[in-house]
Design a protein around this ligand. Structure first.
Ligand code: AMP
Length: 283
């Protein structure tokens, strides 16, 4: 696997692959890679001749600077993992390479980017669109792989791709979980052993709420999840939104949309660490 840090070198190598008629898959990441990322890369390796994995801790999507500072950085281990799973190129640029000038572009795709994480982390999805649009331009990939772990992110990126006419196919990939059910996340390394156990309750309770669907109303299911999680000391629900799986608009009835998903953010432990997850009720 080749590690590349400049856009110029990346494009020179990709130009050669393109001229040989090879297909290109892109997996954007912020590093601190784990089995969740690996599943995206493995899929891209299966479906494309060439797989580019970007490793870039994008400052513009962090509205909370402490969150950015705390974020784990493990480039060497990341490259080892990527070699093992068969990536072709790791693209790990500096901040000044990606942002030679401050990015002043504003993206707005409501309600996908204005609800949930969009409401609680102002500017977050604008930063995501800034960096992902740049990566799409650099790589000109046939397919780009995103984890459903960040369910809302996929909905926002789909809107951006439609808006800007990128020719890339967005491939959503299922959440990879620890044995306990906890969604794998780079942030999990910031949790103590006890906090990890606590955090496993999030998905356990969301899964239990499936038993209430569809006999009970959306409001009852919502309140059940919030109450059960908040009853556990060390966990605090920031929001639980039951939404249309495409537009992410709130639903009030199970008949409101063909796909209905519950999206949650929970604060876990003393620090606290923000954890997100989701569950599909319908479709
Ligand atoms: P990140 O490095 O957190 O920006 O994640 C890079 C990509 O990996 C995103 O598309 C995430 O949704 C995806 N990802 C992260 N964790 C998981 C997981 N547990 N299962 C599936 N995909 C994941």
């Amino acid at each position: 696997m080749k590690v590349v840090t400049t856009i110029k070198e990346l494009q020179t190598i990709l130009g050669e692959y393109r001229s040989e008629g090879k297909t290109i898959g892109l997996v954007p990441t912020m590093g601190a890679l784990h089995a969740g990322h690996a599943s995206l890369v493995e899929r891209s390796v299966r479906e494309n001749d060439v797989t580019v994995v970007s490793i870039f801790l994008n400052p513009t999507q962090f509205n909370d600077k402490t969150d950015l500072e705390k974020y784990p950085r493990t480039l060497e281990a990341d490259c080892e993992l990527l070699t093992q799973v068969g990536a072709t190129i790791a693209f790990a640029p500096s901040v000044s390479e990606v942002y030679p000038e401050p990015d002043t572009r504003q993206f707005s795709y409501p309600p996908t980017d204005s609800v949930m994480e969009g409401a609680f982390r102002p500017g977050h999805f604008n930063g995501v669109c800034q960096v992902v649009s740049k990566l799409f331009s650099y790589v000109n990939a046939d397919r780009a792989y995103f984890g459903e772990k960040d369910f809302q992110q996929i909905a926002v990126i789909r809107r951006m791709v439609a808006d800007l006419g990128f020719g890339v196919e967005i491939v959503p990939c299922p959440v990879i979980r620890e044995e306990s059910g906890l969604a794998r996340s780079s942030r999990n390394t910031l949790l103590s052993e006890d906090e990890r156990k606590l955090a496993a309750n999030i998905y356990r309770i969301m899964k239990k709420s499936l038993d209430l669907y569809p006999a009970h109303s959306v409001a009852v299911v919502h309140d059940y999840v919030v109450r059960e999680i908040n009853e556990i000391e060390g966990l605090e629900v920031k929001y639980y939104s039951i939404v249309d799986g495409e537009t992410l608009a709130d639903v009030t009835s199970w008949d409101d949309a063909p796909h209905i998903v519950g999206c949650i953010t929970v604060y876990c432990g003393a620090a606290p660490i923000r954890l997100i997850d989701h569950i599909k009720y319908k479709g």
